[in-house]
Design a binder for this molecule. Sequence first.
Ligand SMILES: Cc1ncc(COP(=O)(O)O)c(C=O)c1O
Length: 395
Amino acid sequence: VTAARLGDRSLFPALEPRAYLNHAGVSPPSEPVRAAVAAAVEEFARRGGAAVEGAIRRKARLRQKLAGLLGAGPEDLAFTQSTSSGIIDVALCFPWEPGDRVLLFEGEFPANVTPWQRAAALFGLKTVFLSLEPFERSDAEGLSRLEEELRRGARLVAVSAVQFQTGLAMPLRQMAALCARHGAQLFVDAVQALGAVPLDAGALGIDYLAAGAHKWLMGLFGAGVLYVRPGRAPALRPHVAGWLSHEQATRFLVDGPGHLRYDRPIRSRADLVESGAMAEVALAALEAAVDLIAALSVAAIHAHLNRYLDELEPELVARGLPSLRAGEPERRSGSLSVRPPAGVELARLRQALAERGVACGTPDGLLRFSPHWPNHPAEVPEVVRAVEEALRAVR
Ligand SMILES: Cc1ncc(COP(=O)(O)O)c(C=O)c1O
């Protein structure tokens, strides 16, 4: 297998767009990911149920690898199906009291709002929306506004590590410290960060974190990870538990008669949310994807993406597309969003770009460029030319 190299897309021979800049949406699978999927399917094809043993070993390896990526212990992680399923697990299992306040942000991706609204309806909580604008101006302003609200009392703050619209990397360390000072816990939707922005959940003091595999980790749909800070899991109420959530859950299938019981305790670890059969093929894809990310290092990927965006941003601004990218390196992610000119229909602009070989995203009225490690800054002039032509075509 060819090794992964920053700026080299030879592991993506099937990828059609000449500049694929929508990793914040969906990433294409690399050759190693495709090979891992094929091998996992082959294993089930050859061995049927006997392939489960290999799948169990794979999950143990993957848990270690994700723990390395996240600065966590493997016992603090659980596999999920998606970012959403991890968020829903915490929203349903959190030890709420009626009247608890949950702080949310206006402008967040809805995946990090809906489950908290549902929990509010179920458990009698109060949701409070804060604006992201103070954070867009500066960390200090955002944090001071957050603290003002925390002083009124809150059980939980839910935020994205990186905002899907602006690409703003939130000041998680300071947010976690403020939450701790005011008796609240911090939930982080990390799907716009994990794989592209260094994120050490343990060191940052985050309480819960969820992410899916198909964006910056470059895995496939159907797998995700949930982190629960050490010490938090025993307080969770196991509202999403299933047959595999018990201690020694599979004994009755392997150890002879007398082990079929319904009173085994539910694990008081993060993996209590692993309730039943899983998308083993998506987990196989995720293992290969994480191997590539880890080999390159997230810090090196982050620096590479920002070298790319440093080239692209001024060219777009010079062509009348104002940038929403933060000025400070530590507040930047792998995404650059610009505002399209007034009167331009965004769907047509995106289509015109796609026809010129440039794939990008259009979150809530913005044009978002999100390269990943295979993109090379040398493709920027071509992207800029495509933008110029596309703008002419749709005006
Ligand atoms: C911040 C954020 N959270 C969640 C999601 C999607 O969640 P899921 O993987 O559950 O569909 C997205 C997708 O764009 C996102 O940007």
